[in-house]
Design a protein around this ligand. Structure first.
Ligand code: S3P
Length: 253
């Protein structure tokens, strides 16, 4: 039967297309990883237009319109694969509940959780206090940059960051391009209420002095958190985690 022969041809063309499609998706994922690790924007409209035009030119005149629709669809799917690699970053002051919120989000969304402070402790075999005391804050900040870069490259994670992470402009840039940033804006009076004098940056001989340090840190940092945030939530408000999940799922969809 003639139709059976023709169908065999289309079967084999489709098989080849599907194999190439999977290859394109896999390459797109690699590009996504590179862009996240190098703080490059995921989407570049100029490059997109060039890619589309150069592909369309390969298609015989009579199928141009169909070809254009096809390449646009392919590009949409490639972007979707890349969006799936976005991290969800939790930023904010010490004790704003980043780790706690991180655990709950990771569990609900079935995403791995990375806590950058914990990662640094595992990698160095030292506590955060010991790093500050023996190697100094600068070294700690460089460990922090490395931890962030590896989380950005891996992608698809919930990341609870250390409170100082976004203060470094390079880190802020990396977070901006590799994920969705949620600022946990806990009221300063609550932060004061639960702060402890034994955190390295708040270390002081009296509770009052430590409280002053916390208030200063808060006023120095709040603008930076706000500037980086794609979303700001009060972690103590009702339904905070659900709102974060909704916003993140919209952003990666
Ligand atoms: C820091 C916050 C800490 C930790 C380090 C420095 C900061 O993390 O990274 O002590 O600069 O605010 P948490 O915000 O989780 O307490």
């Amino acid at each position: 039967m003639e139709i059976d022969e023709i169908r065999k041809e289309i079967d084999s063309a489709d098989a080849e297309l599907m194999r190439l499609f999977a290859r394109r998706m896999e390459i797109s994922e690699r590009i996504g990883r590179w862009k996240r690790a190098n703080a490059k924007p995921a989407f570049d409209p100029e490059r997109e237009a060039e890619v589309a035009a150069s592909r369309i030119a390969l298609i015989p005149e009579k199928y141009r319109e169909n070809g254009e629709a096809f390449i646009r669809l392919l590009m949409e799917e490639s972007k979707r694969v890349q969006r799936r690699g976005m991290d969800l970053y939790l930023i904010g002051m010490p004790d704003s509940g980043k780790t706690r919120m991180g655990r709950s989000l990771a569990e609900t969304m079935k995403m791995p959780l990375v806590d950058t402070d914990k990662l640094i402790m595992e990698r160095t075999g030292m506590s955060i206090d010991a790093i500050f005391a023996t190697l100094g804050e600068e070294r700690f900040r460089s460990f922090e940059r490395q931890a962030l870069r590896s989380a950005a490259e891996r992608g698809g994670l919930v990341v609870a960051t250390g409170g100082g992470m976004p203060m470094d402009p390079e880190n802020a840039e990396l977070m901006r391009h590799s994920g969705f940033c949620v600022f946990l804006d806990r009221d300063i009076e609550r932060l004061v209420g639960q702060s402890t004098v034994n955190r390295p940056l708040l270390a002081a001989s009296t509770k009052e002095e430590s409280e002053m340090k916390l208030r200063t840190l808060y006023s120095e940092r709040r603008e930076k958190y706000l500037a980086l945030a794609d979303m700001t939530v009060d972690p103590d408000s009702d339904g905070a985690a659900e709102r974060v999940i909704n916003a993140f799922e919209n952003a990666v969809k």
